[in-house]
Design a protein around this ligand. Sequence first.
Ligand code: XIL
Length: 362
Amino acid sequence: MSAGARVRRRRRTGLALAVVVLAVAIVVSFAKQRETLRGPAAKPLPGPALRTLAKDDHILLGTALRDEPLRDEPGYRKDIVREFAAVTPENAMKWDAVEPERGTFKWGGADRAVDFAAEHGLKVRGHTLVWHAQLPGWLTDGNFERTGLLHLMTGHIRREMGRYKGRVPTWDVVNEAVADDGSLRQSLWGKELGPGFIAAAFTAARKADPKARLAINEIGAESIGPKSDTLLRIVRKLKQRGLVDEVGFQAHFNLNGVPKTMESNLKRFAKLGVDIAITEADVALPDKAGPEALQAQAKVYARLVRTCRAVPRCKALTVWGFTDRASWIPHNQPGFGRATLLDDQLAPKPAYRAFQDALRGS
Ligand code: XIL
C-alpha cells in the first residue's frame, strides 16, 4: 500500500470512529433527557390506598393535578390513579390559561385533565372561575366599565362551564372573595362590581350547568374570625337563594398547625345546609428545619383529616399536590417546601402514614 493510500485509510477510520462516538453521545444524552422527562418511578406505598380509606369515611379524596408531570411522568400519573378519587387542575382552568388573549382560547391543559380523569374514573373539581389572580393582562389592564366587565365575567363562566358540562361535577365558582380583615377583597371584581359580583357569578354558573355543584372557596378562613364571619354571611345569603352547594376551605397550613376553632367553624357553615370541602391542603416546612419537622408535619395532616371526619358534611378533602416534586410552595413561598405527603422521588413521608392512620380513625 502506498503511503498516500495509508494516510487516506487512516483518515477514513478516524472519521468513522468520530461518527460512532458522536452517535453514541447523542443516544446517551437523549436517553438522559428522556429519563428526566419521565420522572421517578412510582414507589410501593404501604397499606390500602388513601382513596379507599377515605371512601369508607364518605370522604372524596382528591389532589391538585399539574399539567407538566401529567404529560411527562408516568410515575406521577400512576400514583394519582392509585391514591386519589378526584383531581383539581392546579392551573389549567384559570382564566389566564384558557383565554390568554381576548377571544383566543387554549383548552389544551384543561382538556387533558378532564380526559385523564374520565379515563380513570376520577371526579374533577373545576378550579376556578372568578378569582383575582392569574387573570390575563388584557382583562386586568382593559379598563372595562361595569357592565362590560360583568358581561365578561358571566360570559367566561358560561363558556368554561359549558365546555365541560356533565363532566365536571363541582366548580369553585368564586375564589378568595374576602380580605383577611373581613371586608370584601379589593380585587378587579370587588372594586369594579361591588359585593354583588358574587351572586351574579353564582347565578350565571347555575344557569350554565344546572346539575353542577357550586362552591365558594376561601383561603385562610379555617378559624373563627372576621374573615370566616363574613364568608358565613355571604354563604347564608347565597344559600337562601339556592345558589351555593358547598364551601371550600383551602387549608394551606404550616407547622403552626390546624387552628383550634376549625372544627366548630366548619360546623357552623354545615348548619347552613351546605357541604364542606377541604380543597387545597398542604403543610409547608421551613427549608432550614431538620428532619424532625417531618414528624410535626405528619401530626398536622392527621389533625386535618380528623377535623374533616368530625364534621359529617365534610365530604371532600383535596391535597394541593401529593408529591414535593409538584408543589407550589417552594416557588410561591421561598424558604418553605416539603409540604406534601410524598417526597420528590415519590417515596412516602411520615405524613403519608399519619394520613392513612387518621383516615382509619386510629
Ligand atoms: C397556585 C398554584 O398552585 C401555583 O402553581 C400558581 O403559581 C399560583 O396558584 N389558592 C388557590 C390556588 O385557589 O389556585 C393557588 O394555586 C394557591 C392558592
